[in-house]
Design a protein around this ligand. Structure first.
Ligand code: F6R
Length: 241
């Protein structure tokens, strides 16, 4: 695991976009694992610019998103589907059939989880996984617990996560309590992992994830075991390192 400390959010976004761009340029059929949330917005913005300038071509790229709220339709403004199309997919040339997100509305979510993992395998696995980190150390929606799950699965969100995400909703009551997330196996099997952390509210999670014991109470701490994981951290998030 490597940690790169950058000055601010601008630099973090630039470094992250460059890492994704490198993957897309070098690989004939890149498979990207993608995250939502505030942190990668700047990265997506830069990738869109590169695509528009003709520097990047996503026509051979396949994507798998980490997670989605359960119960939100793709056109719900707070769904992760909506976020991804608004910030990225509507603005670049990833072929629609290559875009995958866990379904928020499926009559059989457990079956949908199994199918999602199968599709990742059939695509040959993820070459580059982008991650954010929750204030409680979650990655995807793998929440702190006394055990972690391997495959894509349904999850009850922790109160801390619901509270952190309520900033996107009109009221905390509207934040869905359940989600579908890729599991720890899906994340850890990615060839390369890039975790992004920005802002002082991530400092404690960053410290626990990188300097603490590997623990299911801090899911991001498992990234210490990954051969090719890099944490891009701005100064505020790195304050306790
Ligand atoms: C989102 C995801 C989450 C976020 C995390 C940080 O797809 O998987 O784990 O990365 O909650 O969110 P932000 O970036 O909004 O602080």
């Amino acid at each position: 695991m490597k940690i790169q400390i950058v000055n601010d959010y601008q630099q973090l976004s630039e470094v992250a976009a460059n890492l994704v761009a490198g993957q897309v340029i070098l690989n004939n059929n890149p498979v990207l694992g993608l995250a939502t949330g505030s942190t990668p917005e700047g990265m997506y913005h830069r990738l869109v610019q590169m695509c528009r300038n003709g520097v990047l071509d996503f026509s051979n790229t396949t994507t798998f998103n980490l997670d989605e709220y359960l119960g939100l339709s793709p056109d719900h403004p707070q769904s992760y589907h909506f976020y991804m199309y608004r910030h990225f997919f509507h603005l670049v040339n990833v072929p629609p059939q290559n875009i995958h997100l866990p379904p928020g509305l499926d009559s059989d979510p457990s079956q949908a989880c199994r199918l999602y993992d199968r599709k990742i395998s059939e695509a040959g696995g993820i070459n580059l996984q982008i991650l954010g980190i929750g204030v409680n150390g979650h990655i995807g929606f793998n929440e702190p617990h006394n055990y972690l799950k391997t495959g894509t699965h349904l999850v009850e969100l922790e109160e801390e996560t619901v509270e952190a995400n309520s900033r996107f909703f009109d009221s905390p009551e509207e934040v869905p309590r359940r989600a579908i997330t890729m599991g720890m196996r899906g994340i850890m099997q990615a060839e390369k992992i890039v975790l992004l952390a920005s802002g002082e509210n991530k400092a404690r999670a960053m410290k626990e994830a990188t300097c603490g014991k590997i623990s299911t109470r801090v899911p991001a701490s498992f990234l210490q075991l990954h051969r090719n994981a890099i944490f891009i951290v701005d100064r505020e998030a790195a304050a306790l390192l």
